[in-house]
Design a protein around this ligand. Structure first.
Ligand SMILES: NC(=O)c1ccc[n+]([C@@H]2O[C@H](COP(=O)([O-])OP(=O)(O)OC[C@H]3O[C@@H](n4cnc5c(N)ncnc54)[C@H](OP(=O)(O)O)[C@@H]3O)[C@@H](O)[C@H]2O)c1
Length: 343
């Protein structure tokens, strides 16, 4: 199966799919033929490169080695309908959605944490949710050094995390409010894809509500972290919040470690860990922000500090580009692991 170049398909040209096209080129992924699929055919341009998007069909996967899925989730979504068709034709599927993430037969991979799980795949590998990816990249080096018993995370998630249409909603709301000279901050646009107004607002509601009154997005942080770290005992509580940022999720993360670890040692360990950048000089106003992370592949960590009341308690502020490390980059890193394992 080892070749010098591979036939690659990208499914979906929304917020994540477009970023995949960009990341494939920027990382010089060894592409022989690239096929781009969506629900409807059209020509698109990304960074001056033209791509001909074809309407998705099972036959379109003939001869494809790696299929990167970034379509919508659920029953009529791209992955449920076409992933098995791609696998049947010999492709390895890397899926960005939630459809296969908790399937015990499907590895859920963040290469900085559990790259070895890639080898267990049976045709499909799942890419975790954006908010999980950046959190585990930051916590894994601490977990290896001191163990982690408890995580309490509050997220501040950008509009693009809900796809292209959510960014359009934020743009339209912002433009209406500013054009009115801020005379009223309430606006109701016609094509609303988010559950609330996002411009000049924040809301603690991402995904539907489920067990324990957590949202699905909050459960993803719990269950995906357990699966990736292979430790179901970590007690994890999450509150996920949508904020009026275009791209770049931020997270306030509280952890209780198994043994005490000083913030200075945490800074040192994280500075040497793959995929991480420590930006932690708060008195000089240096801490990560989404505008620093947008367009970058690394996860940024700052505000590393001891809890004042809990001996083994630590706080961190974690930021990453949800479309890159939170989606496209992580998926393509998985693809790189897949081809490096091929003999
Ligand atoms: N946005 C993020 O930060 C993020 C992070 C991690 C994971 N994800 C996941 O990644 C996936 C894509 O998200 P997104 O934000 O890019 O969504 P999006 O902006 O809404 O774009 C979805 C794309 O998928 C295509 N598509 C939808 N259903 C399809 C089908 N049945 N067959 C073929 N193509 C189909 C659409 O085609 P048309 O253009 O023809 O309509 C569109 O191009 C979702 O599963 C999402 O949960 C997103």
């Amino acid at each position: 199966m080892k070749k010098s170049k591979y036939n690659v398909a990208v499914i979906g040209v929304g917020a994540v799919g477009v970023e995949m096209l960009r990341v494939l080129r920027q990382r010089n992924f060894p592409v022989a033929e690239l096929r781009v699929f969506a629900r409807s055919a059209r020509d698109i341009e990304v960074d001056g490169e033209k791509y001909s998007v074809k309407q998705i069909s099972p036959e379109g996967f003939e001869g494809i080695d790696i299929a990167l899925f970034a379509g919508t989730e659920g029953e009529k979504g791209a992955a449920i309908t076409y992933a098995s068709e791609a696998v049947k034709r010999g492709a390895v599927v890397i899926d960005n959605g939630a459809d296969f993430r908790m399937d015990p037969k499907v590895p859920l991979v963040v290469p900085e944490v559990n790259a070895k799980d890639v080898k267990k795949h049976k045709g499909i590998i799942a890419n975790p949710n954006c908010s999980t990816i950046q959190m585990v990249v930051a916590l894994w080096p601490i977990y290896k050094k001191a163990g982690i018993k408890r995580i309490i995370v509050s997220t501040f998630q950008a509009a693009s995390g809900a796809g292209r249409s959510a960014v359009e909603q934020l743009k339209e709301e912002t433009s209406i409010i500013t054009s009115r000279g801020f005379s009223s901050l309430r606006v109701d646009v016609e094509n609303k894809s988010l559950p609330q107004q996002l411009a000049y607002n924040v809301f603690p509601h991402i995904g539907g509500f489920s067990e324990c009154d957590y949202t699905n997005e909050e459960w993803k942080l719990v269950k995906e972290t357990h699966k990736i770290m292979h430790d179901n005992k970590i007690k994890i509580s999450a509150t996920t919040v949508r904020v009026p940022v275009r791209t770049g999720h931020s997270e306030s993360v509280y952890i209780e470690t198994g043994k005490r670890i000083e913030p200075d040692l945490v800074r040192k360990i994280l500075s040497k860990a793959p995929g991480l950048i420590v930006m932690d000089e708060p008195r000089k106003s240096l801490y990560p922000m989404p505008i620093d992370a947008e367009g970058r592949d690394e996860t940024f960590v700052g505000r590393i500090r001891q809890d004042c009341f809990v001996k083994n308690g630590l706080w961190l502020w974690v930021v990453a580009d949800n479309l890159r490390k939170g989606a496209a980059t992580n998926a393509i890193q998985i693809a790189e692991c897949v081809i490096s394992n091929w003999k």
